[in-house]
Design a binder for this molecule. Sequence first.
Ligand SMILES: [Zn+2]
Length: 559
Amino acid sequence: MKKMSFFALAFLAGGLLAFGQKIYWGDAVPSNWNGSWPSELRTVPEKTDYVRTTSSYELLEFIDRLKWKSDKIHVLNMYTSPLGRVCPVLVLADPRVTSPDEASKSGKTVVYLQGNIHPYEAEAKEALLMLTREILLGRMTHLLERLIVIVCPSFNMDGNDAWSLNDGTPHILSGGKNALGFNLNRDAVKLETLEVNALYRTVFNRWDPILMYDGHAMERVQHGYAIAYATCSVPAAHPGPRTYVWDKLFPELREKTRKNFGLETFTHCGIDDRWPPTLWSHDAAIWTNEAKFVAGAYGLRNRMSILAETPIHLSFRRKIYAQYALIAGILEYAHRHGREMQEICRNADREVVDAVLAKAERGELKNFTAGRYESRGRIDILAYREKNEPGYIPGTSVRARIPASLLGPPVLVRDVEDMTKTVGTAEATVPRGYLIPADLDFVADKLRTHNVKVEVLAELVKAAGEEFVVDRLVKTRRGGFNMTSLEGGFARSQVKEFPAGTFRVDMAQPLANLAFYCLEPQAADGFVGWSLLDGYLKSAGDDKRSVVYPIFKYFKIIE
Ligand SMILES: [Zn+2]
């Protein structure tokens, strides 16, 4: 693969770069992209030449100033953290709305934007504060004609103020985990953290955003994009919303971000370890078909989700600009296509219920429990030959110097396999419902936090269905966690009695795919995968003999 100059690239890339379009590479940003604001409305990075990020106290101060200047904000407290910090969520609407009911009656499209789930990736937090200012007082007020924008600039409040020295900018950087050491973006299924529980209960379940956005930065990047985006690729999710995001929203977003902001963007992938690269793959960027990321699990709700990451080694200013550009593009898209997006999601809700009603009783409905990525075909990508191995900035003791070649235009690499197509690799029968023993009340609680409807049997019920017999519980280290998988099989056509007090999940509900994924004994990272049932299975003696998985799949209630 030969290296090409920027000019060759501009001519040859055909469609990748419009002729005459100024593209900002490396750390470059256009001048005055953030407008001119009085001092009291400037963010901490803007006031400090982008060497400082906003602390929790300064975040509240900034929100307070906006409240005094606009009548279009409603502030929710998502949670009070283990260290006593409140997590503000801003509902931006014109006219102002203060309840999910008002939002729903308005018919406007509700969008949720989140920064700082990993607070050392502070760019989205800062971009969201600047965008909030634009939406309320600046160039983006028109968005509220059709959108209700819910903004959580700093989802991990304790992590935000866990400061340490950083090489590069900002000079002092937040931590990555919450105060109890949890990575909040691995908690989307298992729900062990106060923060993710609160996100589901106070925002997702109540306000039902059509689209959620989660902003990150990415290490070990060799691609040539200012920011890279992904959507849910859990194969069990209804394909409607995620296919729409991939096929329709992303291409338009990419084009507009180039045109309006001079940035090249593409899908959230990494390249293989050779030059020229032959693969462009989600796996290489730690994106996954599993549901552990908030944006992954959100797709199981028949809603749209986007996660995007900027290359972490670039300057704070550049990363904030990239987040700002992409989120602005997403909001513009939702403004123009909100009706269509709502329709796609509501159709998915209906289709999930209809499929259960039509097929589940006969055992004819299947869904995926695991998946992998395959090629969509060959594409051209932008990448750097060199890896980023930062050196000392001359005259300092700061290891943040980036080789000049990584700050200029990247190379166009042709004919790379686009390994982003998600396919199911294992499946299971979707039952008409699940029956959960009364003593597994924590399972019912977690399902309810996921917004799955769970009833309690008022009297004894006889049901025909199948139960899973566990032969072996296997622990595998995956993504930094000891994940559980069960070996065994289903024993069919059982008729069993279930006493009053048993929990019942009727699958004729819009969140059936989510319930299926959480409860199926062999789902890649459902409740079993996240080890939530290890204690139960061990106490039932799984290591000595076969045991029955306690959650029963029924096809028919007999009486
Ligand atoms: Zn992250």
